[in-house]
Design a protein around this ligand. Sequence first.
Ligand code: AMP
Length: 299
Amino acid sequence: MSLTVIGSLAFDSIETPFDKRDEAFGGSATFFAAAAARFGEVGMVGVVGTDMPDQNLADLRDLGIDCQGIEVAEGKTFRWGGRYEADWNTRTTLFTELNTFEHFDPKVPAGYQDSPFVFLANAAPAIQMKALEQFKSPRLVVADTMNLWIDIARDDLVGLLKKIDGLVLNDEEARMLSGENHLLTAARKVLDMGPSFVVLKKGEHGAFLIGKDVHFSLPAYPVEKVVDPTGAGDSFAGGFMGYLASVANFQPHTLRRAMVYGTVTASFCVQGFTIEPLVANDRAAIESRYNEMISFITL
Ligand code: AMP
């Protein structure tokens, strides 16, 4: 398996200024894998409860995702609720019900353990670490996190940062993790904590990559009608890692291209609920938006 993701599969209840969806299929690993699948093979490690309809997993398989690392445990699937304000950048978590995800003991299938590219999607840092320890010698490990874990599992997260190559996080999380208000200073402080690069996501303001040999800033793709931003960060990461895994390198110029693929993939995600827009848009649609994006940023 060239790329493996560990993270949540969920039912999301979403309120936007214009619409509402209850129990939509989501989760950090779900959005990531649906996005990354457009670039090549991806294996998922996660847990669902017995309440997860078979059809949802069948939809993932139809995208070409390998689901043998998804465990079905007795109990309920992870649930998350969020509300967006009219500016789309302000999100309030309404509830988090960990359910079967709380005591999830990730088991990386033997066929995934030699994955060169590993993404630790949003999950408790202790779970991310347990999964990471099962890989033989990954070439590139990138992780995501969120304010909840920075708040309640900071020591575990600080330990994990020493073991990974890249971290993707949003501006609020970077400030919270580093204790610095200025974003560049915050990113540098996070680099000092271990990873060799950081991708800072700034919602509709785009994303910023900072590392030892690379600095790159990109605006978001201008989407005319945002429907639901849930999963934008995960699908950004899916496009980013999916592209890197497909070309099997992470040189500075490749990381820049991966930023564009991440940006474009996330722009599809926000145009609908759940993974629907990622299912509806194939690699050709991604390439066409990639070229458009390049023309936007070239002199
Ligand atoms: P994003 O919009 O990219 O930040 O990711 C949203 C997804 O993250 C939703 O589908 C949620 O189910 C999932 N999620 C929210 N909170 C958590 C959490 N604490 N751990 C794992 N996944 C989460």
